[in-house]
Design a protein around this ligand. Structure first.
Ligand SMILES: C[C@@H](N)C(=O)N[C@H](C)C(=O)O
Ligand SMILES: [Zn+2]
Length: 235
């Protein structure tokens, strides 16, 4: 359980709709499909209707500040089966990075590797009270593309299992390059928050609107703590 799982979900029944990809930049081929993840009825480029509308607003705000830049969509809707697939894949990656083999792990090593995986991935829970954020169609992983069509360097790749993924990792580094990374992360955050999203405190690229994490983050600023989630798992 994460603290945001305490938030009640009052499902509003809004449909998943396709993101109008022609308005955005898109990571292609899709990073998880490339690894073999399979999507049923929907694709990763679906989100709840209001979430799509807010993403368009965020990009319009970006255009005021950086006229020819775009939000790049990395990942949107993710069925629980894909969440499980990516958690298992990331466990394998974490082993590979450490030069370890699954069959030879001590209980402590196993614990440490799972902790690293769950530092950035939500548990692929099938419990309707604790859905993975992307399985609600309310969460989106994004970055920025500049006016030359280049992906903007944020100082670490999306999904890296390290402290560099923390949004403020570069905030107190004084090297000019680090300050650039931080200001790019701030730009992305500013346009998304202005459009109503909240950012995952552990990942510079993950934003959501209307899910439990979003409500929990809104409640950090609302003294009455009255915000609930409007999107549960897409069934
Ligand atoms: C790891 C990243 N792609 C992501 O989406 N993380 C959040 C916490 C999730 O799994 O929902
Ligand atoms: Zn995410």
């Amino acid at each position: 359980m994460r603290p945001y799982h305490q938030i009640p979900i009052i499902e509003c029944g809004e449909p998943l709709v396709k993101i109008p990809l022609e308005l955005f930049a898109v990571e292609s081929p899709h990073p998880y499909e490339k690894l073999g993840a399979t999507y049923g009825e929907y694709s990763p480029y679906y989100l709840r209707e209001t979430v799509v509308a807010n993403l368009i607003k965020a990009q319009n705000y970006l255009h005021i500040l950086r006229p020819h830049w775009h939000i790049q969509i990395f990942d949107g809707y993710r069925p629980v089966a894909v969440q499980q697939f990516m958690v298992d894949y990331s466990f394998g990656e974490a082993l590979r990075q450490r030069g370890l083999k699954a069959a030879e792990l001590s209980p402590q090593q196993q614990e440490e590797v799972w902790q690293a995986v769950y530092e950035i991935w939500a548990v692929p829970s099938l419990d309707l009270n604790t859905p993975p954020p992307h399985s609600t169609g309310a969460a989106v992983d994004i970055t920025l593309v500049d006016d030359t069509g280049q992906v903007v360097d944020m100082g670490s790749p999306i999904d890296e299992m390290s402290e560099r993924s923390h949004p403020d990792y570069y905030a107190h580094h004084h090297h000019p390059q680090s300050q650039n990374y931080h200001s790019h992360r701030e730009l992305l955050k500013d346009v998304m928050l202005k459009a109503g999203f909240q950012r995952n405190p552990k990942e510079w690229w993950h934003f959501s609107f209307g899910d439990q994490m979003w409500a929990w983050l809104c409640n950090q600023f609302n003294a009455d703590g009255s915000t609930s989630a409007r999107y549960g798992r897409v069934i």
